[in-house]
Design a protein around this ligand. Structure first.
Ligand SMILES: [Zn+2]
Ligand SMILES: [Zn+2]
Length: 130
């Protein structure tokens, strides 16, 4: 990324803005879609299979926990069901609690917890993975 040292040149700025917008657009709305196209709809932990009726319970986990790291080949993604994803992150909760303020003021679609409420709802049944 170039540093902005000189006076901004309109055409160049336009291009940068367009590219940035496209990149953030792609990142925000499509990494899940892309992951769902790349991988079979199976949880990487419990091997539960999903179809259109319940694919909303399948979430994208970032292997390195960096949600900005979304390589097109999907090498940083892992499809996990909400239960396993919850598990995967719950051991990080203590550590994460110390940096929540960092996450707190981001745009809603940039956070990594779109499934948090869903997981809570689904947990009502009390079923357990073994
Ligand atoms: Zn699972
Ligand atoms: Zn995750």
């Amino acid at each position: 990324m170039p540093t902005r040292s000189g006076p901004p040149d309109a055409a160049r700025l336009d291009k940068i803005v367009a590219e940035a917008r496209r990149a953030s657009d792609e990142r925000a709305k499509t990494y899940r879609e892309r992951a769902l196209k790349l991988f079979p709809w199976i949880c990487g932990r419990c091997a539960r299979e999903f179809d259109r009726t319940n694919v909303h319970q399948l979430t994208v986990h970032h292997r390195d926990h960096n949600h900005d790291n979304n390589p097109p080949d999907g090498s940083n993604w892992e499809l996990l069901c909400v239960y396993c994803h919850d598990n995967e992150h719950s051991r990080e909760l203590e550590a994460a609690a110390q940096r929540t303020s960092d996450e707190g003021d981001r745009a809603p679609n940039a956070t990594h917890r779109p499934f948090a409420d869903l997981a809570k709802l689904l947990k009502g049944g009390g079923s357990r993975d073994t």
